[in-house]
Design a protein around this ligand. Structure first.
Ligand SMILES: Nc1ncnc2c1ncn2[C@@H]1O[C@H](COP(=O)(O)OP(=O)(O)OP(=O)(O)O)[C@@H](O)[C@H]1O
Ligand SMILES: [Mg+2]
Length: 338
């Protein structure tokens, strides 16, 4: 089924724009529900339609790398929602095995008080059998030995399942493979992402690699304004100033916990809820400060918390923690506290 790119990216048909071939399987329970508020970032508008139209043997898988919470997985799921593509999503971890993706023999009741064995297909096998997107989140947490099993699939080969009497699954023409990660497969140089492993370069070579980043400020702030709590006006401007400053300090030597679009939306929701609470219930903090603590800042290391407090004071003109111990008063003539 032809699906107009306007209806995918802008929620309305634009006849002058081209179409992509989509499954159009909107009633499939594995097809994500559409979120009309999703804002497709530039990397998706540029690369997704081209990659989608390529045969797997040419484009390989799509690997989207970028900071946590910048919209990698949600954008791929939204692409599925708007093209009617079932999405078989798995989050990798160091103990995930290839069999978890392909399937296992399981015991089930035979209905007569006994048991029998049957093969339960894993998400990769299901996507290859029936068509759809296999989405492997956090690929860079995967044990590299598992990745070797994926090479053939990424080349466009079928899957042989010895555990199911040698069944052969030829890849469905609408099967696609996408993955996300916070590193680019060569380990994490920022130190922010524990568990990230250096991936086998033969595997990484089988992916089209696309870099994702935060949405431009105007669009990210529109998302926050349209989201829960609906922060607006000066509060929203200051939140975005604060976010920009914190992100500028992130990196190998700076704040290690990313301030994500996800956390920003949560911060906005908490602000709205905390506005109606008495100051005492918020530990003496303003609703904006108390909301920031609960939505994001309480999980920071001590060093990061000190630097975030400074940034907050500079941007909002008031302390993040009013009862924090003040620097020791200097002896007369010993200089200011600034
Ligand atoms: N472009 C966007 N449009 C709408 N919402 C967005 C967008 N980008 C991010 N978000 C919001 O941020 C949340 C986090 O996005 P998502 O899960 O896609 O991030 P991610 O990059 O996959 O993060 P991680 O690396 O931690 O898995 C989403 O649930 C959504 O609320
Ligand atoms: Mg993700």
């Amino acid at each position: 089924m032809n699906i107009n790119l306007g209806s995918i990216f802008l929620n309305r048909e634009i006849p002058s724009l081209p179409s992509v071939e989509g499954m159009g399987d909107f009633s499939n329970p594995m097809t994500p529900a559409r979120n009309p508020g999703h804002d497709f970032p530039a990397w998706a508008v540029r690369a997704l339609p081209t990659w989608w139209a390529m045969p797997q043997s040419l484009g390989g898988g799509l690997f989207v790398t970028g900071p946590s919470g910048c919209g990698k997985s949600s954008t791929l799921r939204e692409w599925c929602a708007r093209t009617g593509t079932p999405c078989f999503q798995v989050t990798a971890n160091g103990r995930l095995e290839f069999q978890d993706l392909v399937g296992r023999v399981a015991l089930e009741s035979d209905g007569q008080g006994g048991t029998r064995t049957s093969f339960v297909y894993g998400p990769l096998a299901q996507a290859m059998k029936t068509g759809g997107l296999f989405l492997l989140d956090e690929l860079d947490l995967l044990d590299p030995s598992v990745c070797a099993g994926l090479n053939g699939v990424l080349d466009g080969s079928g899957l042989v399942i010895p555990e199911n009497a040698g069944e052969y699954i030829a890849p469905h023409p609408a099967f696609r493979f996408a993955a996300t990660g916070n590193s680019s497969g060569s380990g994490d140089s920022s130190g922010a992402y524990a568990g990230v492993m250096v991936q086998n370069m033969a595997l990484m070579d089988r992916f089209t690699v696309v870099r994702a980043d935060w949405l431009p400020r105007r669009r990210e702030s529109a998302l926050v304004a349209a989201g829960p709590g609906g922060a607006s006006g000066e509060t929203l401007e200051l939140m975005m100033n604060f976010t920009e400053s914190v992100r500028a300090e992130q990196g190998p030597l700076g704040i290690s916990k990313p301030l994500t679009t996800r956390s920003l939306r949560r911060w906005s929701a908490y602000i709205a809820a905390y506005r109606s609470k008495p100051l005492a219930a918020l530990g003496g903090r303003s609703p904006v400060a108390a909301a920031l603590m609960d939505a994001w800042a309480s999980g920071l290391s001590e060093a990061d918390a000190a630097s975030v407090s400074e940034t907050y004071q500079r941007v909002f003109g008031m302390p993040l923690t009013p009862d924090a111990p003040q620097p020791q008063s200097q002896p007369a003539g010993g200089g200011s506290n600034e």
